[in-house]
Ligand binder design. Structure first.
Ligand code: ADP
Ligand code: MG
Length: 413
């Protein structure tokens, strides 16, 4: 970028149209602007992109963004371009490489998105040497950790590039980091412990409700009748997605399906219809939702056990981004755990303990009679109050029911 720093709040307003920083954004941006290596841990929807996009405009030079998914990258690219940021990407589906490289060398780019496998090539490093780089942003940084739920070996190879340009500050960003993964990110990407900024994970407007699957189709039909507004139902498989979409569609609401096996045209059309709709239900695999910005999703329902607490938090977190009341339902069965255990046994031994810990954490979440939110937040290292007052267990405590039951038995004995 060649615009000068000026006042960051003014830039925030003039470029992005936001009246104020949210949460820890200001803290992160200040650190980045001071040239210090930073790990920002912020929940989905908290506004991580801004933490490098704003500096990319304020700083002299280009900000290189490493991002793991081309689809995600292009969504962000379009959003950045829409507010006038000079942004480009170098991926297998871009055909303007020549032009992008020229613009980078000429200092005409604020943001350059690349996939990790590109970023680690010698060719790319040579390109960077011929340009002025202001910042490295490593998005979805938990991909660097084998312990994390989304391990991407290429992320491990980023370090030599970061170190070659040792004067360029680095900013790692993730929504999903338990203590173990955090440690990994700091070590692997060379970020000091005091460079870690964690924002609160609580989403108080989301009510959590977890229960056993018991006639799933009927449960979901009831749910669609009870909950207003747009919703997402996460199914376990592509086939289940289509079947559920068809069944639920008979109840009167507009329902569509979304999974990676559908043609790009159909996916794009369904996604666009969902974003525009005020009452549509999308039945999808977890492929749906990443990078989609629909603030008024009123409910998310998991038709089976998610892959991890991180995944659950992220997926359920797609509800209620506008801050209005929303619900996250989770329907689970013992067979979900059996299937997960089978999957673990097929993994290479080194990855088994991490997976087992993930499943155990899910077990604790679904089987607890105590506050669900407290369990979620403790998982992310917070010390929440014992009761949130906005989850199924807080709203109708199972313990008190058990106690009544016990008392009744004692009395009738
Ligand atoms: P994350 O990557 O943390 O999930 P994003 O960067 O995609 O989140 O941002 C989520 C949404 O929040 C976007 O619509 C973005 O425009 C919006 N947003 C980011 N920062 C602010 C802010 N300071 N004020 C208002 N909206 C913001
Ligand atoms: Mg993001």
């Amino acid at each position: 970028a060649d615009r000068m720093a000026g006042d960051l709040s003014t830039l925030l307003h003039d470029v992005f149209g936001f009246p104020a920083f949210r949460g820890v954004q200001r803290q992160v941006v200040d650190r980045v602007m001071a040239g210090r290596a930073t790990l920002a841990i912020m929940p989905t929807g908290a506004g991580k992109s801004l933490c490098y996009q704003l500096p990319s405009v304020a700083l002299d030079g280009c900000c290189v963004v490493v991002s793991p998914l081309i689809a995600l990258m292009h969504d962000q690219l379009r959003a950045a371009q829409a507010v006038g940021i000079r942004a480009a990407s170098l991926t297998s589906v871009d055909n303007d490489w020549r032009e992008t490289q020229d613009r980078l060398r000429a200092g005409e780019l604020d943001l350059l998105y690349v996939a990790p496998e590109r970023a680690t090539t010698e060719g790319f490093r040579a390109l960077l040497r011929s340009a002025r780089i202001a910042l490295f942003a490593i998005d979805e940084a938990h991909c660097v950790s084998e312990w994390g739920h989304d391990f991407r070996p290429d992320y491990r190879l980023l370090r030599p590039m970061l170190d070659e340009f040792g004067d360029v500050p680095r900013l790692a960003l993730t929504a999903t980091a338990d203590a173990h993964t955090r440690e990994d990110i700091l070590v692997q990407l060379g970020i000091p412990r005091d460079g870690m900024i964690i924002s609160g994970f609580d989403r108080p407007n989301i009510r959590y409700a977890v229960g056993p699957r018991d006639g799933l189709t009927r449960q979901l039909t009831d749910l669609l009748a009870a909950e207003r507004g747009p919703g997402i139902v996460y199914a376990q498989t592509r086939a289940a997605t289509e079947k559920l979409a068809e069944t639920l569609g008979r109840a009167g609401r507009p329902v569509r399906a979304y999974h990676a096996g559908l043609s790009p045209d159909v996916r794009a059309a369904n996604q666009a219809a969902f974003i525009a709709s005020e009452d549509m239900v999308m039945v999808a695999t977890v492929a749906f939702g990443m990078g989609i910005d629909k603030p008024d999703v009123r409910f998310v329902a998991h038709a089976g056990l998610p892959k991890s607490i991180e995944g659950y938090y992220q997926e359920s977190g797609r509800a209620g981004r506008d801050g209005e009341p929303a619900v996250a339902h989770l329907f689970w069965g013992a067979e979900d755990f059996a299937r997960a255990r089978m999957r673990i046994m097929e993994l290479e031994p080194a990855r088994q303990p991490g997976e087992r810990a993930r499943i155990a954490a899910l077990g604790a979440l679904v089987e607890t009679g105590t506050c669900r939110r407290a369990i979620l937040l403790r998982h992310f290292g917070e010390s929440p109050p014992e009761r949130c007052g906005n989850c199924d267990n807080c709203l109708s405590p199972p313990d008190s029911i058990d106690a009544t039951e016990t008392a009744r038995k004692l009395l009738s004995a």
